[in-house]
Design a protein around this ligand. Structure first.
Ligand SMILES: Nc1ncnc2c1ncn2[C@@H]1O[C@H](COP(=O)(O)OP(=O)(O)O)[C@@H](O)[C@H]1O
Ligand SMILES: NC(=O)OP(=O)(O)O
Length: 310
């Protein structure tokens, strides 16, 4: 029996916001991953990183001022750090959960770079909110440096960075080799470290790629059987938070596109999950994309719950 490949995209709930929250949250995420491994799936994991990359960026660039030898850390370096920090906790939690079930597999994190287009429209319209709240004066200083900020009513200002579309996954062959060797792989964390190709050089970009879109690209390039997006809702709704709210069960690509066109899904949260799911499913035979929450990961994988695009 050939083993199915599943790309699991872990959202905010899978990681929490702070170091102690993440340590706790990954234990629940690890159980969901171990369930899939027990079912015989080849599992590749990607994950969110906006709270973590913001925290690291703040730490590196503000508290770092406390020492004259510390220098500015660009967003791409902070993105790489977030992959290391999240991957470290995740791989150890998954390893421990698997050992507890008598399964001995290597679980590793691949530092992954993702090529973006320097002319991506996203650079003119940044939408990823990053880092701590700023005062009006701090926000003005950021703008003078050429950075973008957005006002959060009643709370202050925060930095926003571009979320350009992922074009290519640089370490794809390494990810594929480990998957086919039967290992559990964490890759494309935080949508991947955004890089621009300049001849033989890869230059880090000041951006944060939408992790759902990179997860969809990864699933497509690995020719995975399933893209399993684990977020904070068991099923996606139509007419969210209205008296007409209904849950979506199994839908076709055409139905998904119709709901997307009708603005049913919020940009930056649910919409990219649909964009990723639709693109992955329509580019191959027999594929499905499932959106559900962590407690229902196993049932979602088995097609028993969640919102399924197939
Ligand atoms: N149509 C919808 N149905 C369900 N949830 C939606 C919908 N549109 C937006 N959402 C919101 O999207 C959230 C998930 O997005 P987000 O937290 O950004 O994702 P992630 O889990 O990947 O971090 C849900 O908790 C919900 O509040
Ligand atoms: N990179 C990324 O999409 O992170 P979030 O899911 O935390 O926004």
């Amino acid at each position: 029996m050939s083993q199915k490949i599943v790309v699991v995209a872990l959202g905010h709930r899978a990681l929490g916001n702070t170091l102690p929250e993440q340590k706790q949250a990954v234990t629940e995420s690890a159980k969901a991953i171990a369930d899939l491994v027990e079912l015989g799936a080849k599992v590749v994991i990607s994950h969110s990183n906006a709270p973590q990359v913001g925290m690291i960026h703040t730490a590196m660039n503000e508290f770092g001022k406390a020492h004259p030898d510390y220098t500015f850390a660009p967003m791409s370096v902070c993105s790489a750090m977030s992959q290391g920090y999240i991957g470290y906790d995740l791989q150890n939690a998954i390893r421990a959960e698997l050992i507890g079930r008598g399964i001995y597999k290597t679980v590793s994190t691949i530092l992954t770079q993702v090529v973006i287009d320097p002319y991506d429209d996203a650079f003119a319209d940044p939408e990823k909110i990053i880092g701590r709240y700023l005062t009006a004066q701090e926000a003005e200083e950021e703008e003078k440096k050429g950075n973008f900020v957005t006002e959060i009513p009643g709370k202050g200002y925060r930095r926003i960075v571009a979320a350009p579309k992922p074009q290519a996954i640089v370490e794809l062959d390494a990810i594929r080799a480990l998957v086919w060797a039967g290992q559990v792989v964490i890759a494309c964390g935080g949508g991947g470290i955004p890089v621009l190709e300049q001849g033989a050089q890869l230059r880090g970009a000041s951006a944060v790629i939408e992790k759902d879109l990179t997860s969809g690209l990864l699933a497509e390039k690995l020719d995975a059987d399933q893209l399993l997006i684990l977020t904070s809702v068991q099923k996606v709704s139509l007419n969210l938070q209205t008296p007409q709210e209904v849950y979506l069960d199994k839908i076709s690509v055409e139905e998904a596109k119709k709901h997307m066109a009708a603005n049913q899904f919020a940009p930056g949260s649910m919409l990219p999950k649909f964009e990723a799911g639709v693109s992955f499913v329509e580019k191959g035979e027999g594929r499905k994309a499932v959106i559900t929450d962590i407690p229902h990961a196993k049932d979602g994988y088995l097609g028993k719950t969640g919102t399924i695009i197939a």
